[in-house]
Design a protein around this ligand. Sequence first.
Ligand code: ZN
Length: 650
Amino acid sequence: MLKFAITSISAACLLMSCTEQTTPTTNGAEEVFAAVQADPVLDFSNRADFDAADRGFIATLEGEITDANGTPVYAPAAYDFLKADAPATVNPSLWRQSQLNAKHGLFEVVDGIYQVRGFDLSNMTLIKGDKGWIIVDPLITKETAAAALALANKHLGERPVVAVILTHSHIDHYGGIRGIASPEDIASGKVEIIAPAGFTRETVAENILAGNQMARRAGYMFGPFLPKGPEGHIGSGLGQGISTGNSGLIPPTHEITLTGETLNIDGVEMVFQMTPGAEAPEEFMFYMPQFKAFCQAEEINHTQHNLLTPRGAQIRNGLKWSKHIDDTIQMFGDKIEVSFGSHHWPTWGNADVLDFYEKQRDTYRYIHDQTLRLANHGMTMVEIAEQIELPKSLASEFYNRGYYGTTNFNSKAQYQYYYGWFDGNPAHLNPLEPVAEAKKMVEYMGGSTAVLDKAQQDYQDGEYRFVATALNYVIFAEPENKTAKTLLAKAYTRLGYQSESGPWRDFYLTGAQELTTPLLKDVIINTSNPDMIANLPLDLFFDLMAVRLNGPKAAGQDMKVNFNFTDTGEQAALHLKHAVLNTRMGQQHEDATATIMLSRTDLNRIILKQTSFPALMKEGTVKVDGSLLKLRKFMSLQDDFDYWFNIVIP
Ligand SMILES: [Zn+2]
């Protein structure tokens, strides 16, 4: 059985990964097609990024990073196949980006600042303080973070970790914290943890209610089920792979709330800039005067980022994002000599840094402004996305290319941010649901055989986008139509090969895989870790219970349930009525149907599926006052979510 770790909670980057490779995806290998052409605006002879990505290399790790049982969690060399020239199955621009992201090891940024790159999706930065290391963003899992720290200690001299800076609430920026700091060291004051205000809540709040849908789609977006190789996953544009070890969360000891706040950590002065509502709900960047160095966190990147991530999340505002970058330029622009982030490689030299910042700023601003300009001319979301193109001065910079977010998807996101999904056309107000629409559509088109004939011809002519549209109708009308599935898988594969975006490639190739091979339903999906559950705010837990309430089944029920936490003293009063579950924190119903008394620790174990309510009630650990029968009924109204719902078939 495949062992598989996924955490749905958080991430600009979801988190999944596969320790064994699955069946190869592609159907296109036997066919001969012309190589994918990159946008001619790009100058591939410009090797400056390669020089920057190699600059300061000190050493790397041979072999794999493993967990305590010896199970591999990340193999920095797994992408060594990228050292070859771009094959016909990959967009050369994405290939180039992956070559850069695949470089791994310990690098000197400047004397006193170091990065370990290519040990996970993100970078870990180490800053030399008076007594020890200040670590910025300790990767996704404790195993990769520990390996990164060990590599630095080996080559730069052993130093204790004195502080950890978490730039934002996505798991690739905090998940590995247990690999570099223990809760005891934090409690004793040996290690300080600094994060933006609201950090702990945001680590779960961004995704908790919507988690299963996001996690499933992230399985498309990051390609964990695809083989790594020229016909499969080659990187996500933001970074290469995602480590599969153990993630954790330790709450900060100091929160930053205001731009301009200055801290002196172990002799290193840091001036913080808050950037809420852009790449993450809460995030900061910071400037270090003594190094003339700026940490750009994930607001400025060597890729266009997502204004809406295709795994699904709340939409980000390109205007706000661009203004944060402009603030950076105004506050620190004349001082910065080196800029580094939590993904990709650094940028050196004030002129290059400023050019980079301005063009990243203007990319998000252009997409935001031009989307609204065209919308105000009456164009719809899809029309705008088809037409919008960055001006040459922005599009010709590799760091503005859509390796992660794309101009097309981001312009749709800005349309959606302001107008929602409806374009005002009454035909789109209330169409039939997909299967009913597909059946009618195929019937109107003269039946599936006629559609397939035309699709085959269009496929030969390279009209993959419409082939995908037409065959999607056939498959939703006739889910057993094997010919349609095979041809659609081929079209998706070709679209994947053409994509400049890592996530787009993975969406298409995963779609192709799911059309032609059974879903991996025996793969164990683990969507949470104990630290996150322990830090889950209770009100969010009850909101999640309300989301899991099966409305139709709950219709007509009227029940009041109290929760009373014996260890923390917290209380909650739940009221199920009108098929809705309302919760008031810190209260108890006097006329409750049932009152549950349990510890928060036991609740955490229940959420982690290590035990259950009935088991704990049998043990006597959970006590109930009131009607047990009605409480059982109440609990039976909670839905469980299945990870493996269908996407490419009805
Ligand atoms: Zn990240």
